[in-house]
Write a protein of this length. Sequence first.
Length: 617
Amino acid sequence: MYGYCGKILSVDLEKGSYSINPLEEHFIRDYIGGRGFNMAGLFYGQPRKTDPLSPENTLHIGVGPLNGTSFPGAARVNFSARSPQTGILGDSNTGGDLGPEIKFAGFDQIIIRGRSPRPVYLLVTDGEAKFMDASHLMGLDTVQTQMVIKKELNDNRVQVAAIGPASEKGVVFSGIFCSGVRAAARTGMGLVMASKNLKAIAVRGHGAVEVANPEMFERSIDRIVQDIKDHDEYSIRRRLGTTKLVSALNGLGCLATRHFQAGSFEHVNEVSGEALEARAKIKSRGCFACTIPCSRVYHIEGDFGTVTGEGPEFEGLAGFSSRVGCGSLSFSLRCCNMCNRLGLDVITTSEVIAFTQELTQRGMLTPSETDGINMSWGDEKAVMTMIDKISRREGFGDILADGVRAAAQKLGRGSELAMHVKGLEIFQADPRGIKAYALGLAVASRGGDHLRSEPWFEFSENAEEGIRRYGTPDSAFRLKYRGKGRVVKDFEERCALADCLNACKNTIVNMEVLDFDSSAEILRHATGLEFEGEEIQRAMERIVNLERIYLTDLGITRKDDTLPSRFLNEPMPGDNPTSGSVVEIDPMLDEYYEARGWHPDSGKPRLETLERLGINI
């Protein structure tokens, strides 16, 4: 089988056994790979209300048909299960080298069931699996765990997905970390692994991924690489990666500042991606087959000593600067490094801390309730102490370790200030300034997630193209709301394509180097299967609808497709380009539901929509 390995590894941790099952062609055509394989497995293979921390909650690890080829950025991997953080769909995606290594080891998907009676790590090599003792790894951080496994296997090319101490302590927003600090940290997949007594997954393969038509495939690759290099954003993405957004969003007046109480940060020039490049960057680092090495190795000295690490993404850099009111680059990098090694999601960690800070500011929380720590804006030591407490579920950290929604419930106050959607905390951009993103956050199948749609088009200000693509010039402007339902539908399917191919959204979505027709062409060259663009687009639509039914079966309705009241009712303060803006969620939802073919009152897919997509429920 070209492009695919044709095999699914199914692991039973309780029995200490595994089986290998064939990957059927109809499954490939319906779901393509990666996220699609995982979503279909969860949808059809597991009861909706399975306890997220029970042995019955299966962990699906999916890769795509381009992983392990020369396709630029085809290095990503999806981890999916029912989420212990949100109670709904759990799914997280990361880059590095693990995804290709799973293909080299001979598999398109790994499905893990049960709970081991003792701590183990799973070793996957060339078509087989072994259960290795992990008792000596317990308590180690994510980087230490990877290093110890590589050393004991005497192979530095082994790729390891590891959890850290936060997962072992039961933090619901703990993640899985690969290739150093590449984080699959959203929705609590690290806690799912911990609940299975599974400390790590180590993968080493010696195979190769064969494509059906190497000459035509490489010709397509050459064209795509050239398109990437010719793109206006190639240079800055190569230099700064997503950290470019810190100064960019600040200039637009929608950088999350002091828990979304402002849209610009007075210390932005000290903590921006440009400052990181100038003061701390040693060299660039990329994922497997990457043409835009957007990560970096950094080294910096500060008040809390020397920090050396990799990354961070925009979410961590802004999360531990503007969001918590701290203006030190070395501090922000130290907090990101702490979260990575402890195994914490930086978005949720920065949110629960900023939430605590705003409650403190408003007199709704006192130091006597936060273990004697004064959680005021800009107190670096307090923030670092709270990160540590969260990771150990100690004192007030135990209240925050279940996420911001649960923290507000346990405190009995502040629910209106908890910045989440469906239990998942939102990223470091204020939705009032980016209204397609606002709608994307409201309807995303993981909860408050910006990566399910990434509708960059609203920054284009190309009115003519807005009319052509989405029927209105307003679709091309970030502060207008008309047309945004159609924009989000389109970009959700583009993001699904990236997650199914398990290739980088920087290129497929933000640079649009691959649409449905060109993706069908390259899949024909890779797999030998006669894909068509319309078939690919329909498969992505199918996946989005599967995810929606999964949610509605768990009780999600239109009332849940919303945002915190601050963004709906409080005009953006200050004197900046976003001042006075609020999010008009209802008309955008109406348009989105109509575009999707969902009921306007419930947000549930209509029967004719399911029939058109061939979904059986």
